[in-house]
Design a protein around this ligand. Structure first.
Ligand code: NDP
Length: 327
């Protein structure tokens, strides 16, 4: 028997989440069974745990879109028992049971070996949000980051915290946008050199082009803020669009693309090919200072998850929630 957070739907279509006991034969099919050490709380997890059920494709369901742990049993020669692994993406925690359990069974192709220098706890302090932040930084680097500070929106959240720490470690001036002024010291400790109040970028676009300010941007917010930021980019600079915490509509004009050559780069962490995932995890192990990673961690256990799911949807989680599934 092992413990898991199960989300189920009642006859009225309402979802309920509770910690329950499961047996190994209840796990979905897969090549590799993992003894999970840690999982995390991402925005998508909030949607999956929450009352609407969000992105969940089958009930009962074990959410948790990422996990890190140790291989227990394997039909795949790449992953012998004892091997440390990390998983993000592939609709795990949405269409296939995920990481909010002491055991998970998945396809071997979805796993990545834990990179040298990272513990399973550190890997989940990074988690899907941090992995995506690294993909965003790599996409900006591929296009070339221009002079001027790099803007990070939703900075006190998961993607934003990791993006801030990585960009600062790489030597960029980081302007962190937050709606929570009380997180300013936290963001400065991660390496932000400038704090921008959310209100400053929340107004709808009045002029399609403003002063050329930002040398690049990692955007976790989308919506009106992204539209505003597009008109403030340096000539030829790029925005890596990661999320929509502030809304899915983009009330923008084409002018920043036409007259400033701005690039809007879409970042998807879910379907990344194996080689890209390995490359991004190697960069994380190299470019994310562990003391700053430690500063982002909010520890949690399985029974905390229903509340934490609601908190992340309300934009109230700071940094990264690391769930010790065995505590
Ligand atoms: P978090 O909730 O941890 O962070 C989001 C942050 O956005 C909040 O902390 C808050 O930052 C800010 N925010 C929240 N609501 C608003 C609002 N209404 N207006 C402006 N800012 C707001 O989530 P994550 O960092 O985990 O994820 C961020 C986004 O990225 C989500 O939309 C998520 O779905 C997406 N995502 C996409 C991935 C991909 O593959 N493309 C992978 C992972 C995440 P502050 O308090 O500092 O203002």
């Amino acid at each position: 028997m092992f413990k898991a957070l199960i989300v189920d739907k009642d006859e009225a279509g309402k979802t309920h989440a509770a910690v329950q006991d499961l047996t190994l034969d209840q796990l979905p099919a897969g090549d590799v069974t993992v003894a999970v050490d840690y999982s995390t709380v991402n925005y998508k997890d909030g949607l999956c745990i929450g009352p609407g059920g969000g992105l969940v494709r089958n009930y009962p369901h074990v959410p948790g879109i990422d996990f890190a742990g140790v291989v227990d049993a394997s039909d795949d020669p790449r992953y012998a028992p004892g091997y440390k692994v990390v998983l993000t993406g592939w609709r795990v925690g949405e269409a296939h049971w995920g990481g909010y359990a002491q055991k998970a069974r998945v396809k071997a192709d979805w796993l990545v070996p834990l990179p040298d220098g990272l513990s399973t706890r550190q890997a989940m302090a990074v988690g899907t949000a941090g992995f995506t932040a690294m993909l965003a930084v790599m996409a900006l680097e591929d296009q070339g980051i221009k002079d001027g500070p790099v803007l990070v929106t939703g900075a006190a959240g998961g993607v934003g915290s990791v993006a801030t720490a990585i960009l600062a470690k790489l030597g960029y001036q980081v302007a962190a946008v937050t709606g929570r002024p009380e997180t300013a010291d936290y963001l400065r400790a991660l390496g932000a050199t400038q704090i921008v109040a959310r209100e400053e970028l929340s107004e709808t676009v009045k002029r399609p082009l403003e002063g050329e300010t930002w040398g690049g941007c990692v955007d976790a917010v989308g919506g009106a803020m992204l539209a505003r930021v597009l008109g403030q980019m340096q000539y030829g600079a790029s925005v890596a669009a990661v999320g929509l915490a502030g809304g899915a509509n983009l009330p923008a004009t084409v002018i920043p693309f036409l007259l400033r050559g701005v690039n809007l780069l879409g970042i998807d962490s879910v379907m990344q090919p194996y080689d890209n995932r390995v490359r991004a995890w190697a960069r994380i192990a190299k470019d994310l200072p562990t003391d700053r990673l430690e500063a982002m961690i909010q520890p949690a256990v399985l029974s905390d998850l229903p509340q934490l799911g609601a908190d992340i949807l309300a934009g109230q989680v700071k940094g990264r929630v690391v769930v010790d599934v065995n505590a």
